[in-house]
Ligand binder design. Structure first.
Ligand SMILES: [Zn+2]
Length: 155
């Protein structure tokens, strides 16, 4: 079967599926602005939109009121649990929140956390107390990061 004729749902072969709370990175083609792009059925698809549809049903073509946002701030992520349907305005606000997330550590003194460090904290199987000490955070901050609820605490 030629690549052009393959099903859009073949996009999953370029998604590194990890556990349900982690990001599932896309390792296929990217658009100029870094979003997952997949050619199938004679056209181009956004892989993260297909990932969202696989969990929630069809959402139709993109428009400014129909945009799949990355709650994790990782444009290459295709974990449906990290995706939310929203508007362009909500998406821009979300990206601002993701930028603030990377500065969460500054509230507690000397540490700064990158998105990668936040992911590492979520993946770390050690106790929150041990992880907090390692990153110079309060245990409650680690618990918030692990719950994925830290957005609510950022101004
Ligand atoms: Zn993600």
């Amino acid at each position: 079967m030629s690549r052009r004729r393959q099903s859009r749902w073949a996009f999953w072969k370029f998604v590194h599926k990890r556990n349900p709370i982690e990001c599932w990175p896309w390792f296929g083609a990217l658009s100029a602005d870094g979003h997952p792009r997949f050619g199938a059925e004679g056209t181009q698809w956004w892989a993260h939109r297909l990932a969202y549809e696989s969990a929630h049903g069809e959402i139709g073509p993109w428009n400014f009121n129909n945009e799949v946002m990355h709650l994790c701030g990782n444009a290459r992520c295709c974990n449906p649990a990290h995706l939310k349907l929203g508007t362009r305005a909500e998406n821009l606000a979300q990206e601002g929140a993701a930028g603030k997330l990377s500065r969460i550590g500054t509230r507690n003194g000397n540490s700064r956390l990158s998105i990668e460090q936040v992911e590492a904290i979520r993946k770390d199987t050690r106790s929150s107390r041990v992880v907090a000490a390692e990153y110079g955070l309060e245990k409650t901050q680690v618990l918030r990061i692990r719950r994925g609820a830290q957005w609510k605490y950022m101004e």
